[in-house]
Write a protein that binds this ligand. Structure first.
Ligand SMILES: Nc1nc2c(ncn2[C@@H]2O[C@H](COP(=O)(O)OP(=O)(O)OP(=O)(O)O)[C@@H](O)[C@H]2O)c(=O)[nH]1
Ligand SMILES: [Mg+2]
Length: 343
């Protein structure tokens, strides 16, 4: 059965974002995204291709060679791509209760196929003033980053995407039953973010995507003390699947967390883990400081937690400045972990 997987309603859902997408410039899964969409207008939910035996879509003439040219890809991505290039497209028989479609459920055939659907539905964020895009750079000069945004339900993934794309956060929790995607254009880069809903039924699919993205953003609800161990378990499962994956942990809802007596240090130790199964320290932190001076202020391990919070307060908000910092993090992420804290 072929059923639709719409973007979440919090992003205008059901294809409204796609009307602003630029098909010729879609970043993620450039090898797959131009697959014909059966009978789909951009205003309708995107039906997924058949689960098994999906033909590889043919890239648009000309663009494919540019996009896939080694000159365009950064070395980290090449490394990651080449080490996973032989990964087969797994048929996933799972069903998601409560999802759209006549039966109230949908099957997600594979990471690649879902991301293809997502790429058609990309919501391009309007360029912010700080990007100073006088002239669009030539296509072949653009580099791209594909960022997967995961985390337990209610952690704040959709909010993260919304705010980064210049929209105000929504009041209340509207669960994402499929995916949301957004494009952040910067001067020389395109950053595509893909959120997959965090409900238990959707977590099964997360691992299908991690090997094919440049960075994982893992959003944690710092106030949800009871579920922090679950969040850690999910994160570590993903890292088992791809140990080289650069991770940005977003420790959300710090205001509520402080009320619940859970500070950044707690989130840090919960997510890194302690004792058996813990991630080794050097692996957790190497590489970040070379990237961007701002990161120093965002890394709780290098500054005692007691001074970390005051230092961070001026920049821990979803401000324009924060947006720039986050984009830098996503662009230059190479190894290990970074923690960002939001209130
Ligand atoms: N105080 C505070 N609330 C937040 C923050 N981020 C998100 N929220 C709230 O948390 C609730 C859930 O946020 P969502 O972004 O919908 O959560 P989600 O991770 O996308 O959830 P699923 O789509 O179900 O996986 C909403 O009510 C948000 O307003 C934050 O940084 N601080
Ligand atoms: Mg969501």
């Amino acid at each position: 059965m072929r059923l639709g997987v719409p973007a979440g309603p919090e992003f205008g859902g059901r294809g409204s974002g796609a009307s602003r997408a630029q098909p010729g410039r879609l970043a993620p899964l450039r090898r797959l995204r131009s697959a014909p969409r059966p009978g789909g207008s951009r205003e309708k939910p995107h039906p997924l291709p058949p689960a098994v035996g999906t033909p590889r879509p043919v890239e648009e003439a000309g663009r494919a060679s540019v996009r896939n040219s080694p000159r365009v890809w950064n070395s980290g991505l090449q490394r990651r791509r080449s080490s996973h290039s032989s990964r087969p497209c797994l048929p996933v028989p799972g069903r998601v209760e409560g999802g759209p479609g006549p039966s109230g459920a949908f099957g997600l055939p594979s990471g690649k196929v879902l991301r293809e659907a997502a790429s058609r539905n990309l919501t391009s964020a309007s360029p912010q003033p700080e990007d100073e895009e006088d002239e669009e750079p030539a296509l072949e000069e653009l580099e791209q980053r594909e960022v997967l945004v995961l985390g337990l339900d209610g952690a704040g993934k959709s909010t993260f995407l919304r705010v980064l794309s210049g929209k105000p956060p929504l009041e209340g929790h509207i669960p994402t039953w499929g995916f949301n995607s957004v494009r952040l254009p910067t001067k020389d880069f395109e950053v595509d973010l893909l959120e997959i809903g965090g409900s238990q039924n959707l977590r099964f699919y997360w691992k299908e995507f991690v090997s094919e993205v440049d960075v994982l953003v893992f959003v944690v609800d710092s106030a949800d003390r009871l579920r922090l161990p679950w969040a850690r378990q999910e994160l570590h499962k993903l890292l088992d699947k791809d140990p080289d994956l650069p991770v940005v942990v977003v420790a959300n809802k710090q205001v509520r967390a402080v009320r619940g007596q859970l500070g950044p240090g707690d989130v840090h130790s919960e997510m890194i883990g302690q004792g058996q199964g813990a991630l080794p320290g050097p692996m957790a932190w190497r590489g970040w400081l070379r990237c961007c001076p701002h990161l120093f202020y965002l890394c709780p391990v290098l500054i005692p937690a007691s001074v970390f919070l005051p230092l961070c307060l001026p920049i821990i908000s979803y401000s324009g400045e924060m947006r720039k910092i986050i984009i830098k993090c996503l662009l230059y992420a190479r190894h290990g972990f970074l923690f960002l804290f939001f209130f």
